[in-house]
Write a protein that binds this ligand. Structure first.
Ligand code: AMP
Length: 144
């Protein structure tokens, strides 16, 4: 079973992070430039203190109008962030994402941010697992 560590070995530990004082407009610019869906908010020690995703941006603009673009993103970020460890499995991540209805899970080690897994990573690796399992069954049948 694929673990978070396997995913990070392939994609690396880079995470788009930001400070809660960044404006919503600056968050939008980063999401667009880096073609990603969320920014993890961290303190100086790389502790996770929040997350803001494209969904939050859409919601606050719908609620308050375009003036929020100049407001600090920290006002609108999610503060209770569900995180995982390198040892968690793909199934556990799928469970977290399904229950919590979010598509990003930051990876922490010793309380510090070391990576992120998105729903895209989960789908890609789950499909590879399914392919591998199917190949094993085909080989088993062929040699039985
Ligand atoms: P997403 O599906 O990642 O765009 O996020 C949907 C909503 O869940 C947004 O309000 C995010 O701030 C929030 N969110 C995203 N990831 C997490 C997470 N790992 N833990 C808690 N909330 C999250």
């Amino acid at each position: 079973m694929t673990t978070v560590q396997t995913i990070l070995n392939l994609k690396g530990g880079d995470v788009a992070t930001g400070d809660p004082s960044l404006t919503v407009g600056q968050i939008c610019a980063r999401l667009a430039e880096q073609r990603i869906g969320a920014i993890v908010m961290t303190d100086e020690q790389r502790h996770v203190i929040g997350i803001i995703s494209e969904r939050d941006v859409v919601r606050v603009i719908a609620q308050h109008g375009a003036e929020v673009m100049a407001e600090p993103a920290g006002r609108f970020m999610t503060r209770t962030v569900v995180t995982c460890t390198r040892r968690d499995t793909i199934d556990e991540l799928m469970d977290m994402m399904t229950r919590g209805r979010f598509r990003h899970v930051p990876v922490v080690d010793g309380g510090r941010l070391v990576g992120i897994v998105s729903i895209g990573d989960v789908v890609k690796h789950r499909m590879a697992d399914i392919e591998r399992e199917a190949e094993e069954i085909r080989n088993y049948i062929a040699t039985a």
